[in-house]
Design a protein. Structure first.
Length: 124
């Protein structure tokens, strides 16, 4: 049990360190365009968010998907943009059992593309 607690603390510290680094990178991001982020999120060869998520605030996000949670109230759910970015980069850090692919870690989306998707989702 003690080793599990130690491992959990290490993982938690790693997540905080990664989020802090990502927050610094996000602060440097410029020209974030929500329309470009929407195109990436809806693109079946890139983000493909609509395969698993509904985006209730976007009338162009037509889907019946229900595998992942609806992408709504994103500012409340992820008050720090770095946490949302980290979730897209590698969701296995928060949930090792997730079916969501690690878009950044596996090179599905670039750093800039993830920033654009974050900007898009942060509208809702």
């Amino acid at each position: 049990m003690a080793s599990q607690a130690t491992a959990s603390r290490r993982l938690g510290g790693t997540v905080v360190a990664v989020c802090t680094a990502l927050n610094t990178m996000l602060a440097a991001a410029v020209d974030a365009d929500p329309a470009t982020g929407r195109n990436l999120a809806h693109d079946i060869y890139k983000g493909n968010c609509l395969a698993c998520h509904q985006i209730p605030g976007d009338p162009n996000a037509v889907t019946s998907a229900n595998i992942g949670p609806p992408l709504a109230a994103m500012r409340q759910r992820f008050p720090d943009r770095a946490l949302l970015r980290n979730q897209i980069w590698d969701p296995t850090l928060r949930n090792p059992q997730t079916v969501m692919p690690p878009f950044g870690k596996h090179g599905i989306l670039t750093e800039q593309e993830i920033d654009l998707v974050v900007e898009y989702l942060y509208q809702y």
